[in-house]
Each structure stands twice: as C-alpha cells, then as structure tokens.
Design a protein around this ligand. Structure first.
Ligand SMILES: C[S@@+](CC[C@H](N)C(=O)[O-])C[C@H]1O[C@@H](n2cnc3c(N)ncnc32)[C@H](O)[C@@H]1O
Length: 381
C-alpha cells in the first residue's frame, strides 16, 4: 500500500467512526479519490497573524501529504490571483481566500445530504480543485456530473487534476449562478460557494422534485445551509440543516468594495437587546436577514453595522449606567430592523439555523422560522 493510500484509508476510517461517512457508496468514493492530486500546494494560516498571513506548503515539502490527509479546508488561491502552486518561496503572504479544497468531512456530508441515486444528473457550482467533482464522478459516473468554475485558472487546474486522476466529468468555466449555459434538466444541484439568494436559473434547470443543496450567506459573513426541493419551474422550498457550514461567497454576490470605515455622528437611544447576540452564530444570521445590505464589524457589545449603498450606520456600546446604547444615522435604521428581528427570534425560542426554512418563487425568496407562516425575512434578490 502506498503512503497516500494508507493515509487516505486512515482518514476514511476516522470519518466512518465519527458517523460522518455512513453511506458505503460514498465511502468507496472517498477511499478511491486521491485528494493530493487535486490540492497540490496549499496555504496554511500563520497563527495569530493580523491581518491573516498564509504560509505556502509546497507540493512534496515535509508534512505536505500528511496535511492533505487531515480533515481541514486547504486554501489554494488568495485574492483571485495568488495560487499556492505558483508561489516560488516559503514567505508568508497576506490575502483573502478565493479558492480551496473544502474539508473532506463537509464535502462527503454534503454529497450524502443531497441524497443522490444511481443514474441521476448533478450540477456542481464551484469546481475549485475538482476533488468533490471527482468524488461525484466516482459515485455516479463521470457522464452524470457537470461542474462550473468561475475562475479560468482554477478551472484549468481542476481539469488537469481530474484527467490525472482518471475522471472526465463535464467542466464549464463561467458563472455558475447562471447554471449550465446549455440548460438542465438536472436531478440535483450542489453549490460549494455560497449565495445571497437562489439564482433563478437553478430553479429552472433542476427538475420538479429535484433537490438543491446550497449555503446562504451575505455581507455580514453569517451562513446557513439549505436543502430545497424544487416544487415547479422557478419555485422551491426546504429547510436549513444542522451544523455550522460556511463557504466563500460566489464572486458575483460578494459585497462591493468600500472605503475605510469612518464613524459618523447620529441619533442615540438605548438598545433593547444585548448587541453581543449578533456576534453569535445564529444571532448574526438573524441580523444579516434583517439588514442584508449591511456589513457587520466589531465584537461583543461594540457592534458596527454599515450599509455602504445608503451610507447608513449603527453602532452599539455599553451604556454608562448599565445596558447598551445605539447610535444610528442614515436613511435605513439598521438597528431598528436588527433589534426587531432578534426579538422575534428570541420569542421563538432562539432556534439554531436548522429551525429555519426557505420558500422561493420568481416573486420573492423568504426565509422563515418554524414553518412557512412563521416570522420571516425576504432575501435581497
Ligand atoms: C470552496 S471552493 C470549491 C471547493 C471544491 N468543490 C473542491 O472540492 O475543491 C469554491 C469555488 O467556487 C468558485 N466560485 C465562486 N463563485 C463562483 C461562481 N459564481 N460560479 C462558479 N464557481 C464559483 C471559486 O472560484 C472557488 O474555486
């Protein structure tokens, strides 16, 4: 047995033991696909660096293969242009992750959640390294998988890796938010980049009864994964899933560039909620639903919301005599919206994302708590 096969078998063993990998067909795929062919060189975070710096781990460096066989996301590209494979020295670099090989437990969990059956056709959005497309091709057959990648350099590297590993799914370089330029019909769609709302193309390219697995995110960096069933052309409904999944946002959905933050005066009042709640996993999700144009900054009781499109700001602080204050300015009263949403969520018992659902039509996309008639918010479309 090669070192790679031994390390792969060990990781598959761990993921089977902890219950992540429960479907034998997907276990077979995980045992067969060599992740190192897809990842190549990768970046690891320099602990404690601010702004975050990344150290390249070059192909065949000490610990490279072992690193690939851990259950970690491995960043392969920064700022849409710096590929770990192209870095020539070991000096750490500053940047934001724009492509990666998602951690194997998440890739495999998502494939299992998608509930594919033999013979079904799947559209993957976000080819990245090609590793998850290879797993899909192994499980379903390469003629059943189409994968779309936005970045041509990343897409070409994935094509080469897939060829080297012996898989030939259909690959498209383009904007996966537009789906397959040749149209559907797909039985399943899986997105490994996140979106602010569901692209309507997806809802027409997945046949009624088919499923879409996607992570919803936004400009305040909160996330929730949803599994939707397409109910008719252009309509779908589903629930959010347990867990704490996040993905880099689809490039066309990323927030616009903004200048450096300048805090400006505004109207002050007491806050009716503890602002720190919007720094929690689900509190932040609710805040983002309520104020989708805003970016969240800050920490603990000192939160800042900033909507660059309207110049609206809200910032909170501990009050002088206890409690908290908020200063708001601009045409959108961001804190009024967030506060009202958090209070609705608190009144519903503060469910995790899995207590939410989503209903989508051509007219609107609504995320709700509990059931379709529960409190909810429209996604920005
Ligand atoms: C987390 S990575 C994908 C991981 C991949 N499935 C794997 O196994 O390696 C996300 C990828 O989505 C791509 N992406 C971002 N926006 C996209 C879009 N609109 N259409 C297609 N791909 C997109 C990014 O370039 C990046 O390569």
């Amino acid at each position: 047995m090669t070192t790679s096969a031994r390390l792969r078998a060990a990781l598959v063993g761990l993921l089977t033991e902890d219950g992540t990998l429960h479907d034998p067909a997907w276990r077979g795929a995980a045992e067969a696909v060599p992740r190192e062919v897809f990842v190549g060189s990768y970046f690891v975070e320099v602990p404690g660096s601010v702004p975050t710096r990344y150290r390249p781990v070059r192909r065949d460096a000490d610990g490279w293969l072992e690193g690939i066989h851990t259950d970690r996301t491995l960043i392969t590209q920064l700022d849409g242009r710096i590929r770990a494979d192209d870095v020539e020295d070991d000096k750490p670099v500053v940047g934001s992750a724009t492509s990666s090989s998602t951690l194997p437990s998440l890739v495999l969990r998502m494939w299992q959640q998608l509930g594919v059956e033999d013979g079904q056709r799947v559209l993957e959005v976000g080819t990245g390294t090609g590793y998850s497309a290879a797993l899909g091709a192994h499980r379903l057959g390469e003629d059943r998988i189409t994968s779309v990648e936005y970045d041509p350099v990343v897409g070409r590297a994935a094509a080469a890796a897939l060829k080297e590993a012996g898989y030939a799914p259909r690959l498209i370089i383009g904007d996966g938010l537009r789906g397959d330029p040749d149209g559907g019909a797909y039985d399943r769609l899986i997105a490994t980049c996140s979106v602010r709302h569901l692209p309507l193309a997806w809802l027409h390219q997945v046949r009624p009864g088919g499923r879409i697995l996607v992570t919803l995110s936004g400009w305040s960096y909160a996330s929730g994964s949803a599994l939707l069933t397409v109910t008719g052309p252009g309509t779908a409904t589903g629930r959010l899933l347990p867990g704490y999944t996040s993905f880099m946002i689809a490039r066309p959905h990323d927030r616009p560039p903004r200048p450096a933050l300048a805090l400006l005066p505004g109207e002050e009042r007491p806050s009716r909620i503890d602002p720190a709640v919007i720094g929690t996993w689900t509190g932040g999700w609710v805040a983002q639903l309520a104020a989708p144009q805003a970016e969240r900054m800050g920490a603990g009781p000192e939160q800042i919301l900033w909507d660059v499109s309207t110049g609206s700001q809200a910032r909170t602080a501990p009050g002088p005599g206890g409690g908290w204050t908020v200063v708001q300015r601009g045409p959108v009263r961001l804190w009024d919206r967030v506060e009202a949403a958090i209070r609705l969520w608190q009144a519903a018992g503060e469910p995790h994302q899995e207590g939410f659902g989503i209903t989508v039509s051509a007219a609107r996309q609504r995320v709700w708590i509990g059931d379709e008639d529960g409190p909810g918010w429209e996604l920005p479309v």
